[in-house]
Design a protein around this ligand. Structure first.
Ligand SMILES: [Zn+2]
Length: 161
């Protein structure tokens, strides 16, 4: 079972349990999930991370916190690209989260040593392994120039709350 904190279009917050993430998506799509206060079908997951139930444990405790999100550059005023209003936004955001979880779950967090570590791995100076971390724009440019393969971790705006 997965616990979701949900919020409706009228900003009523409520909780619900679902068999799994797919069941949640399916039930929302079918309009089965309704707000207990105003009965609207227009509900979505709130900014809270879903918690997975474990028998015998406190169900209100969230699962392990999301990994720290790398920020590329970190210059205020630097523009990023966003999307909004896509009809499948909720599903796509879930897919992005799954992608990010897949990329980070078996990887070492190396913080701002990302560029250094990525280079070491590329040149076989250390044992191959997955890493994730932060890099400046200059470091990113250098990695690209050196032909080192890497990719941005998907960032999910709601996680910043
Ligand atoms: Zn409501």
């Amino acid at each position: 079972m997965i616990h979701y904190s949900l919020v409706c279009e009228n900003r009523h917050a409520f909780d619900a349990w679902f068999k799994n993430a797919a069941a949640f998506d399916q039930q929302v799509e079918m309009g089965i999930v309704t707000c207990p206060i105003c009965s609207t079908h227009n509900v979505q997951k709130s900014i809270m991370a879903p918690a997975v139930a474990r028998s015998g444990e406190d169900r209100s405790r969230p699962e392990t916190p999301p990994p720290q999100l790398p920020r590329t550059g970190d210059k205020s005023g630097e523009k990023m690209t966003f999307s909004a209003g896509h009809p499948q936004q909720a599903q796509l955001r879930d897919a992005l989260r799954q992608l990010r979880d897949a990329l980070t779950s078996e990887a070492d967090y190396v913080g701002d040593r990302f560029a250094t570590e990525a280079r070491k791995i590329h040149f076989h100076e250390v044992e191959a392994r997955g890493i994730y971390g932060e890099a400046t724009r200059d470091e990113v440019n250098d990695l690209v120039e050196d032909g080192i393969e890497f990719m941005p971790l998907p960032q999910i705006p709601e996680d910043h709350n």
